[in-house]
Ligand binder design. Structure first.
Ligand SMILES: Nc1ncnc2c1ncn2[C@@H]1O[C@H](COP(=O)(O)OP(=O)(O)O)[C@@H](O)[C@H]1O
Ligand SMILES: [Mg+2]
Length: 265
């Protein structure tokens, strides 16, 4: 099956709540800003939050949800939002519905979200993965024909320990690791401008950095980012000239550079 984009890039994490969706979304927007055609697939079966983060509900797009009968032809249109082509497992699950599908069903839906959507001619498809390293994540990796993956960590030993499991899973699946982003790094005090370490620093020996993973960028803890998540207006749209928007642009350039360097085209 052909890849849905020139570069398919997954965003993974060992733990939930570390900012995987925030980074996926703003990374996609930063790539889009540079003129590329970009899709964003929210494949987080446990917590598909992208629709909320861009303020779309599933009643909006999918009137012709004849998704279940395979026709052999891609026939589901992604949503367009902020210039991104968007598809989410959240359009399939009701808002309060936990994932209760059998593994086979998950596999089937995952396959459709990747291959039966009319993504069009994309340069980048960013995939927000479910956190962790279970069967579901492994199934998704097998479906995706990934050019590479990035991993999100917070500056906490637990996040790094769990991220190492993701790195091992990626290695098993022969997915190139482009690098990692440290999110929720030191908070810049809005009053005095000093950096505050909300989390204690990660011990060098436990960190993924000492395991040789490239640091693609650092995003501080920033109330504006938390607000953006709730408001359904991503930071790159609400505050395009702020420091965090710049940080996401720099991550996007690092991702592009890594992809080109690896000759994944
Ligand atoms: N750097 C940050 N500063 C402040 N809040 C953040 C930051 N990154 C993420 N958040 C917020 O933290 C919560 C978890 O982030 P999210 O991207 O949903 O994580 P994940 O997808 O890994 O579960 C969200 O409410 C989000 O808005
Ligand atoms: Mg998420």
């Amino acid at each position: 099956m052909s890849a849905p984009a020139r570069f398919v890039v997954a965003v993974g994490s060992g733990k939930g709540g570390v900012g995987k969706s925030t980074v996926s979304l703003n990374l996609a927007l930063a790539l889009r800003e540079s003129g590329a055609r970009v899709g964003l697939l929210d494949a987080d079966f446990y917590g598909p939050d992208i629709p909320l983060m861009v303020n779309v509900t599933r009643t909006t797009p999918l009137k012709s949800w004849g998704f279940w009968q395979r026709s052999g032809q891609p026939r589901l249109d992604p949503l367009e939002r902020y210039g991104l082509r968007l598809m989410s497992v959240g359009f399939l699950l009701a808002e309060n519905q936990p994932l209760s599908w059998p593994a086979q069903m998950v596999e089937f839906v995952g396959r459709q979200l990747v291959h039966d959507v009319r993504w069009g001619d994309l340069e980048y498809l960013i995939v927000d993965l479910p956190p962790g390293t279970a069967d579901l994540q492994q199934q998704l990796l097998a479906l995706l024909s990934l050019s590479g993956a990035l991993v999100i960590v917070t500056p906490q030993d637990v996040a790094h320990l769990d991220a190492k499991k993701v790195l091992a899973m990626l290695a098993d699946a022969a997915v190139p690791v482009l690098g990692a982003v440290e999110n929720m790094s030191a908070l810049v005090c809005p009053h005095c401008g000093k950096e505050v370490d909300v989390f204690p620093r990660v011990s060098e020996s436990r960190s993924i950095w000492s395991a040789g993973v490239t640091r693609l960028g650092t995003i501080p803890l920033d109330p504006a980012l938390a607000r953006a998540g709730e408001d359904g207006k991503p930071l790159l749209i609400s505050d395009p000239s702020g420091p965090q928007a710049e940080a996401f642009r720099s991550i996007a350039s690092a991702v592009t550079r890594e992809l080109e360097r690896r000759g994944a085209a």
